[in-house]
Design a protein around this ligand. Structure first.
Ligand code: PAF
Length: 283
């Protein structure tokens, strides 16, 4: 596996692969790779001839009071794990390489209004940061396909929209969330939890599973269910941020006529914000 940090070296390698007719698969990450990320790499490996993974902690998607400085940076271990997964190229640029101008002065990608809901409501500017960096990375790597985790479901929906709206010729593939044995969705931020918080954390998934069972059982009083879910989260020791039942395809508010919903939640344990979701398809 080759590791490059500058754009010229990235483009040189990619040009050679393209001349050889290779289909390029891309997995963008912020590093600190865990099994959830490695599944994305495996999926890309199945779908493409060459697999490029980026590791870049993107300053543009962190708010002023968020964890940009303390976000775990583990490039050596990440490279080791990617080699074991037979990734072909690791692109690990510095912030100055991707953003040579001050962030306040750069061109940004503005997502549709959905970008201001759910995670975007409590993290203003987050999806502008995600869309901008993903668009830049897509332009640099120019892959045939890119793979994202369904754990960040709203991100996945918005990236599919961006690809359609901005005419990127890239297939987007989603990969199901990978969970710990007790149901907690894998996330780099789980490492921030104290042992007591870690013990409570699976309560988020438990609450979503309860809601999914209610929907599968035929309940359609969405607002009542959302309120009951938030109460359950609070009783389990979380500070709920949002809990929402949406149409899976585009995250429009849920309607009885839909057949495919996604239940999304974000909740705080101390200073750590966890997110999770479950899909419910009615038969
Ligand atoms: O999901 C992530 O890790 C990030 O939001 C992404 C897509 C790599 C953009 O920085």
């Amino acid at each position: 596996m080759q590791t490059v940090s500058d754009i010229k070296a990235l483009r040189n390698t990619l040009a050679g692969w393209r001349r050889a007719g290779s289909r390029i698969g891309f997995v963008p990450t912020m590093g600190n790779l865990h099994e959830g990320h490695l599944r994305l790499v495996r999926r890309a490996r199945e779908l493409a001839d060459r697999v490029v993974v980026s590791v870049f902690v993107n300053p543009l998607q962190f708010g002023p009071n968020e964890d940009y400085d303390s976000y775990p940076r583990t490039l050596e271990a990440d490279a080791h794990a990617l080699r074991a997964e037979r990734a072909d190229l690791l692109f690990a640029p510095t912030a100055a390489t991707l953003y040579p101008r001050p962030l306040a002065a750069i061109t940004r990608v503005q997502p549709p209004p959905l970008g201001d809901e759910l995670c975007g409501a409590s993290r203003p500017g987050f999806f502008v940061g995600v869309a901008t960096v993903v668009a830049k990375l897509f332009n640099l790597v120019q892959p045939e396909l890119a793979v994202f985790g369904e754990k960040d479901y709203q991100q996945l929906v918005l990236i599919r929209r961006m690809v359609e709206d901005l005419c990127f010729p890239i297939e987007i593939h989603g990969v199901p969330t990978v969970r710990e044995a007790d149901g907690l969705a894998m996330s780099s931020r789980n490492a921030y939890l104290s042992p007591e918080q870690r013990a409570r954390a699976p309560g988020l998934y438990r609450t979503l599973r309860w809601l999914a069972d209610e929907l599968r059982g035929g309940r359609r009083d969405f607002a009542v269910l959302e309120a009951a879910g938030r109460e359950r989260l609070a009783a389990a020791g979380f500070r709920p941020d949002y809990l929402s039942i949406r149409r899976a395809e585009d995250l429009a508010p849920a309607a009885e006529s839909d057949a495919d919903w996604v239940l999304l939640a974000a909740a705080w344990l101390g200073t750590t914000r966890l997110i999770d979701n479950i899909r419910v398809i009615s038969d």
